[in-house]
Structures are given as C-alpha cells and as structure tokens.
Design a protein around this ligand. Structure first.
Ligand SMILES: NC(=O)c1ccc[n+]([C@@H]2O[C@H](COP(=O)([O-])OP(=O)(O)OC[C@H]3O[C@@H](n4cnc5c(N)ncnc54)[C@H](O)[C@@H]3O)[C@@H](O)[C@H]2O)c1
Length: 456
C-alpha cells in the first residue's frame, strides 16, 4: 500500500539529510549560477530556472560567461550526473522543495518596483508549492520585501513559520575577488522558524560551511545588506572627493591613503576611481533612501555619496580634456576597461560609458577597448547603461597599429590580462598621455609617455 507522506517542515528537515529534496534556483546570473553549481556538486538535485531563454540555451550548450569559466569542469560534471536541470519554468514535484531566489532587484522608479522580479519568481514557485516547502531570498531587497513575500505566501493558504518556511540570506559575493568567495564569506540569515533555520543550515553547509549569523528580524537582514554597500559607496565617494582635492594640492592621493592605512585601528583604506558602478554598490544604498523617504526622514550621507559618485565620470572627462589642451594634443582618446570593475565582463552601470558620453559632447574622437567586450552583448550593454546607441568606435586590441595618432589612453579599469601590454605602451611611449583613474601604474623615469592620475 502506498502511504503518502505528510508534507511538513519536519519532514523536509528529515529528507534534506538524505538529499532527497529538490532545490529550485530562480535566476541563473552572477549570484544564481555559482550557487547552482555548488549545490549540484554537493549532490543535491538542482533545477536552474531563468526566464531568459537565451541564457538557458547557452547553458545547455555549456557556453559560460568569462567569469564562470573556472566553474566549467564542475558544471559539466554536474550536468553529466544529471544533478542540474535547466528550465524556464518550474515543475510540480511531490518531494520537498527549496526555492532560492537570485533574481535582479532594480532601482525603483515610477515605472518599476524593486521587487517586481522577486515577486514573480515567488509566485512562480508557489504555483507548484506544497506545505513543507521553503523559500530563501538571496537577492538584495528593499526593507519590507520579505514581509510582503510572507503575505503573498499566506494568501495561498500557508502559514509561514508553521507549515511553510521563509528565509532571507542576502548574497555578499564580490566578483573577481580571489580571496573571498561564495565558499568562505560568512552570511547573515533570518528564518521564519527554527526548522527552516535547520534546513537552511543543511544547505549552506555546502556553500560556506554553514557560517551563518542568524538575526531576529527580516528587516535586520535586509538593512544589513544595503548598509554594507552603503558603507562601500560612502567610502568610495569620500576617497574620490579627497582625490579631487589632491589634484588641486598637487599631492598623490595614494601616498596619503597608504600612509593613513598604517594606523592600526579605525581606518580602512579605499582607493579612488571613476565612480562605483555595477548592480550593487550604487543601487543598494538607494533602498535605505527609499526607506527613509517612507518615514519622511533624510539620509543625507547617502544622497551626497550618490551625488559625488555621479559626478566622477564627468570629472575624469574634464581632467582628460584639460590635460590634452594644456599640452596642445588632439582630442582623441581610448577608454580602456569598459566594465564596472576590474577583471569582470559585467558592464552594468559602468563609469566608462558615462565618460565616453561626456567626451563625445566635448567633440572628442573616442575609442573603447575592453578584452571582455562581446559583440553579441551590445544590445544588453546599451540597456544596462541607458544608451540608445554605442557612441564610440570599439577597438579589438591595443596593437601599435590601432594606437597610431591617439593622444590619450584613459584607463578606467585595469584588467590583469592587459596589464603587460599597458606597461609596454607606457614604457615605450606609444601613446603620449596615459591617464590612470586607478593609480595602478608605477611611474618610471625613463618612460616616454606622460603618466597622470586621478588624485595626482
Ligand atoms: N552581481 C553581484 O555581484 C551581486 C552580489 C551580491 C548580491 N547581488 C544581488 O543578487 C541579485 C541577482 O543579481 P545578479 O547580479 O545575479 O543578476 P543577473 O542579472 O546576473 O541575473 C539574474 C537572472 O535572473 C533572471 N530572472 C529575472 N526574473 C526571473 C524570474 N522571475 N524567474 C527566473 N529568473 C529570472 C534574469 O533573466 C537573469 O538571468 C540582485 O538582487 C543583486 O543585487 C548581486
């Protein structure tokens, strides 16, 4: 006789010991994909769900992004072992399910709410859910989102914390960081009940050895995530303002920071650049601002930091213009490093695209170079940077032929794979002016190029 199991959180906790549960990961991007590979490698059955059919097709063909190549062997193995299924929609299952939500959370405006994708992923999970299932939010969300999700779950007849689990465990990864990754970054988690926490521990044991700090309210977890990125944004803006002052004082900002960093307490070095971009640092602090607005209070520190961050690309464009005009050089420049961060291919909300737009307005001839630039993704880059067209001429490499007649190489991001070539260009004086937004090139007395920095 077939006895149907009673689906409950107790049962899910039992089944997870045997790994006889299904994990559905919603959103196979920078956060969801590595998580999928990690959990599948730990022998869980994982369904990777992404609305983007193209992404699913590419993954089915084992076509990974540059930043994912290090996971390729593990990924292929998991696919062979059938531990990863790829789908655009979830399916019904009788075994307990854990849904992990890793979808984007855009900056809210009059046209879009930040939780639009989170809500749709949750709704989609709930279409085939049952008692005993658990949802874990990994996306960075606005304060109050988890409570809203709880209401959505309860509107389907479940009792969160009794027969259905809800947790929030915001992802903290820093792409291209070789020291701190998904496997060793401690995580903050809120769970609706003790059983859901026990279940989560069994999962995160295979992600970061279960290094979880449990907090007592979903709002704490939500605010922690936004506050961490606010700390980064505020410090980046602070050091960028210092760099602009050092330009006037004619002292080297890096000398100042490195000397200050010898203080063994109360100081954490941050370094200047063309402005924070990407999908996290300029965005998550806005979630705290939204919260403040709801209570009719201010968060002036965030407002100022965002303002400074927005000004940086224009400051770089003006500095390049001023320097070239003082030296009597022509207005031609290569912007090198188009992604928002060194050593990643992610071009979302990137300072380079803003510098290019500003230089174009100043009638510069602008070329763009990034070893990670992919022609197939041009449309995506335009959307991600609010542009209608690619307003620069893209160059494929930094060979001498391509650099002929160019006055300035403006390095916005230093990618390791072009490091050697850039020092060669500097040493051999292949381009008259090199403007380094990140202070990474060391001055050499016998070089034939002029080297200038942001924060000279
Ligand atoms: N990228 C990072 O470094 C990073 C770090 C920490 C936290 N986060 C946060 O994690 C979340 C995801 O960021 P990301 O960088 O991985 O985004 P991403 O854009 O790289 O990936 C998100 C994926 O979700 C898919 N998607 C959208 N709606 C969906 C739905 N309803 N169901 C299934 N798939 C859906 C998209 O097609 C996309 O492929 C965001 O909240 C972000 O702020 C990102």
């Amino acid at each position: 006789m077939l006895i149907s199991k009673i689906m409950s959180l107790i049962n899910t906790k039992k089944e997870i010991q045997e790994k006889s549960i299904l994990i559905e990961i919603y959103g196979l991007g920078y956060v969801g994909f590595p998580l999928t590979v990690r959990l599948a490698t730990a022998n869980f059955k994982v369904i990777g769900i992404d609305l983007n059919e193209e992404r699913i097709t590419r993954l089915k063909n084992n076509e990974l992004m540059d930043s994912e190549i290090h996971l390729e062997d593990e990924y292929r193995k998991c696919r062979q072992q059938k531990n990863i299924e790829l789908q655009t929609k979830p399916m019904k299952s009788l075994i307990p399910k854990i849904g992990i939500i890793c979808v984007p959370t855009p900056i809210p405006n009059e046209n879009i709410k930040s939780d639009v994708f989170v809500k749709s992923a949750v709704e989609s999970f709930l279409e085939n859910a049952k008692t005993g299932d658990v949802i874990i939010l990994e996306s960075s969300v606005e304060v109050g989102t988890t409570e809203k999700i709880e209401k959505v779950i309860e509107s389907k007849g479940y009792k969160v914390g009794k027969d259905f689990g809800l947790c929030i465990c915001p992802e903290r990864i820093d792409p291209a960081n070789k020291e701190w990754g998904i496997e060793n970054i401690p995580r903050v988690i809120y769970c609706s009940d003790e059983l859901s926490f026990e279940i989560s521990k069994k999962i995160y044991q295979h992600i970061n050895k279960g290094n979880l700090l449990k907090v007592d309210s979903p709002k704490i977890a939500e605010v922690v995530k936004s506050f961490e990125n606010t700390f980064r944004l505020v410090n980046i803006s602070l050091v960028n303002e210092l760099a602009m002052l050092c330009d006037k004082l004619k002292i080297n900002v890096k000398d100042v920071i490195d000397a200050a960093a010898t203080k063994p307490f109360g100081f954490m070095p941050h370094y200047p650049g063309a402005g924070a971009g990407g999908h996290c640092i300029p965005k998550d602090p806005r979630f705290l601002l939204e919260s403040a607005k709801k209570f009719q209070t201010n968060f002036v520190t965030i407002e100022n930091a965002l303002k400074i961050n927005l000004q940086m690309p224009n400051y770089i464009a003006n500095s390049v213009e001023k320097s070239l005009s003082q030296k009597g050089f022509e207005k031609s420049v290569i912007i090198c490093g188009l992604s928002y961060k060194s050593n990643v291919e992610d071009m979302r909300d990137s300072a380079s695209f803003k510098i290019i737009s500003d230089l174009k307005k100043k009638d510069f001839k602008v070329f763009g170079y990034d070893p990670y630039f992919s022609d197939e993704s041009i449309e995506k880059y335009l959307i991600e940077n609010n542009l209608n067209e690619l307003n620069f001429e893209k160059i494929e490499n930094l060979n001498n032929e391509k650099l002929k007649g160019i006055s300035c190489l403006c390095i916005v991001q230093h990618h390791d794979i072009v490091k050697e070539r850039i020092s060669e260009i500097y040493r051999q004086g292949i381009i008259p002016l090199i403007y380094d937004c990140q202070h990474k090139i060391s001055k050499e007395s016998n070089s034939k190029s002029i080297l200038e920095f942001l924060g000279e």
